[in-house]
Design a protein around this ligand. Structure first.
Ligand code: SF4
Length: 695
């Protein structure tokens, strides 16, 4: 195990997609000391409140220490035999598409790889999706449509080299705090201008020059207007357009677009357009406010269009930049962690791609069509079409839209197995079998952060009780299903070598994911692997893509798409007059399995709340700290009112973290409508409709 000296171990934070490096050490009381790793390129020693509190979250409180079958402790052999037997008999009786895996951006790349191999190559279905579907599927779709592959063009250094950074649907200050710290340093040192585009006034606005509080879902209208202004002000980069198809149609559509859907003041929009056009070194960062939308992929392409039209991509301080919510959403994408992908950015629909993956795995079969994406997967479970489900490190009974219906689906599924570090999540409580998995601090493998940097996550301590690594649990089940040879790995390094060998083989298709040479890595080199950004073998563009105008569509060109504004799928009505926005708070993570263990983190915002505009509150007779009942067509919640002008009139905001365990009525996704983007399948988690009433 690598460390610079005998005391500190290098690893990575398990929370957001910044992917900060941490130094870990056991203290005299058996706890864990944590500090930022000054040598990690993502954070250069910095940590945020969540990362610095990691040591407070590694105790055994709430840990699942042994397998359980129907709530009773069981041996590993009995539990694994049961899981393998249930999946095998279900497949035999109802076919491969009658089973599904729902996994997580918390998985390490090696875990993800094995899960995909088992489902797509051996079971023969693509019914494996991940909670990353809720995070960045629209960015994946937008990238593929524009670039021909799912490539993040830029690097974190671009934030520090830009003259203007635009945050679209991103509260970077709370959700990617170390990146925001880097941006604030750049602003102090070189006067970087910052624009925030968000229906809410968030903490990120405190350091911004402009805030555009647009209506939810109107980003396409705004960026179409920007594209038309780029053309009108002569800022189109004609030479770069030699590398781009679709400019005329995209511009024509943009010129026809109205700004009305945004609800923004025309002078404010003009100030933004002038700033964007007048600062060639511009980075547009976007996150869940763009992705979690029924027009999420179009929003992404509307942003990419502006960068392609100006050639502001792949150059230092320039480019569109999708920041992922989870620590390994990118690693999952790289090994095919979504129902519509194969490993190494290869395509399920492409026969040659399938053949390569199948032969690399020496697999008996390979999925030939896309599997069910998250929302559709749980609907198929509800309908009884999927009869065996394996949920790994995620809590869909809380986090998916229409969460009450999802919980009902899991409860009624013929057989559900959950792998997790605790048995107390809302989803684990509904499972037939619960398998104890290793937690952060015990796991070993790799993760990829938002700027394509692959880092090692290293174990500092053994897993407690009978807990096991996820890849081992998956392999144990695969072996029992009859595929012992294909899942006979001794270490996570074996899996990594197999994956990187597939990457090397896939280079024949000219894809972007370049891990050349890593398939020959020794165990010692794997243990000592330093954070490394791919592409590994091509550093001509400083780790960036597309400055040379070479894209991944046939013919090597990028595509601009003609996209038009679509309002959110749910419409306000007299019965449901408010627009519900949901999101993270600074010091909690997902459903608080870990961060909820830290008193320090829990003291920041101690209970679930709803933000209401003062004039709306007055009209409803609601005052600060009152309990408020929220009702949507999907369900009800009761939250504490905060009265604030941070939200627009007619909008309300509530956090996503509280679960049925901590406060049954605060499980906010039970209110969210299950509408998805038709291209990406990502749910519209930020634009449901609700009614409010004093409780
Ligand atoms: Fe962890 Fe993200 Fe904070 Fe870095 S910014 S310490 S990765 S939560």
């Amino acid at each position: 195990q690598f460390s610079d000296d005998q005391t500190w171990t290098r690893s990575t934070c398990p929370y957001c997609g910044v992917g900060c490096g941490v130094l870990l050490r056991r203290d005299a009381e058996g706890g864990v000391e944590v500090k930022g790793d000054p040598s990690h390129p993502a954070n250069l020693g910095r940590l945020c409140s969540k990362g610095s509190a990691l040591g407070e979250t590694v105790g055994l409180e709430g840990r699942l220490l042994a397998p359980r079958i129907h709530g009773i402790n069981a041996s590993w052999d009995n539990a694994l035999d049961l899981v393998a037997e249930k999946f095998s008999t279900t497949i035999a009786e109802h076919g491969p598409d009658s089973v599904a895996f729902y996994v997580s951006g918390q998985l390490l790349t090696e875990d993800y790889y094995v899960a995909n191999k088992l489902m797509k190559g051996f079971i023969g279905s693509a019914n494996i999706d991940t909670n990353s579907r809720l995070c960045m599927a629209s960015s994946v779709a937008g990238h593929k449509r524009a670039f021909g592959t799912d490539t993040v063009p830029g690097t974190y250094e671009d934030l520090e080299q830009a003259d203007l950074v635009v945050l679209v649907g991103s509260n970077l200050a709370w959700c990617h705090p170390v990146l925001y710290q880097r941006l604030m340093v750049a602003r102090a040192e070189r006067g970087t201008k910052i624009v925030v585009i968000d229906p809410r006034r968030t903490a990120s606005c405190d350091g911004a020059d402009l805030h555009l509080p647009l209506r939810s879902g109107s980003d396409v209208a705004l960026f179409n207007h920007l594209l038309a202004q780029i053309d009108a002000q002569g800022a189109v980069e004609a030479d770069f357009l030699n590398n781009v198809d679709g400019f005329d149609a995209a511009l024509s559509t943009a010129k026809d677009a109205s700004l009305d859907p945004t609800g923004l003041d025309a002078d404010l929009v003009q100030a933004f357009c002038d700033m964007w056009i007048g600062n060639p070194k511009v980075v547009t960062i976007y996150s869940q406010g763009v992705n979690q939308s029924s027009s999420g992929a179009d929003k992404v392409n509307a942003i990419l269009n502006c960068h392609l039209a100006t050639g502001r991509i792949g150059l230092p301080g320039c480019g569109p930049f999708s920041v992922t919510g989870q620590p390994n959403a990118m690693g999952g994408r790289e090994v095919g962690g979504l129902a519509n992908m194969l490993a190494n950015h290869l395509d399920i629909e492409n026969e040659a791609h399938r053949d390569l993956v199948q032969s690399h795995w020496n697999a008996p079969t390979i999925a030939t069509t896309q599997g069910l994406k998250a929302v559709d997967m749980f609907e198929a479970i509800h309908a009884g079409k999927i009869k065996a489900l394996w949920v790994i490190h995620t809590n869909p009974a809380v986090t998916l839209p229409d969460a009450g219906r999802v919980a009902e689906a899991i409860q009624n599924c013929d057989f559900t197995v959950v792998s997790d570090i605790t048995a107390t999540t809302d989803t684990a409580r509904l499972a037939d079998v619960i398998l104890p998995a290793s937690a952060w601090g015990e796991k070993s493998g790799t993760v990829t952060n938002s700027d394509r940097t692959i880092s090692r996550q290293r174990s500092l301590m053994p897993a407690p009780g009978q807990a096991r690594a996820d890849w081992k649990i998956l392999c144990d089940v695969a072996k029992r299903m009859g595929w012992a040879e294909a899942f006979d790995y001794e270490t996570e390094a074996d899996i990594f070598r197999e994956y990187t060998a597939l990457s090397t083989a896939a280079r024949v298709f000219g894809k972007d994911l370049d891990l050349s040479g890593w398939d020959g890595m020794s165990n010692a080199d794997y243990d000592a692997l330093r954070p490394t950004r791919w592409p590994i073998s091509d550093t001509r563009q400083g780790g960036r893509f597309f400055a040379d105008g070479q894209f991944f569509h046939a013919g090597g060109k990028a595509k601009m798409l003609a996209v038009t504004h679509r309002a959110p799928a749910t419409k306000r009505a007299p019965k449901y007059p408010f627009r519900l926005n949901t999101g993270r708070i600074r010091d909690q993570w997902h459903t608080m399995t870990r961060t909820g263990l830290s008193p320090r983190l829990s003291s920041h915002l101690a209970e679930p709340f709803v933000d209401i505009h003062p004039q709306d509150a007055e009209g409803l007779g609601i005052t600060a700290a009152d309990l408020v009942q929220l009702t949507s067509p999907q369900g009800q919640s009761i939250l504490r009112a905060r009265i604030t002008t941070d939200v627009r009139r007619g909008d309300v905001f509530a956090p996503i973290h509280w679960t049925g365990e901590t406060a049954p009525s605060a499980r906010i996704d039970q209110l969210v409508a299950p509408f998805v983007d038709p291209v990406s399948g990502q749910p519209e988690s930020k634009a449901s409709v609700v009614a409010l009433a004093p409780y």
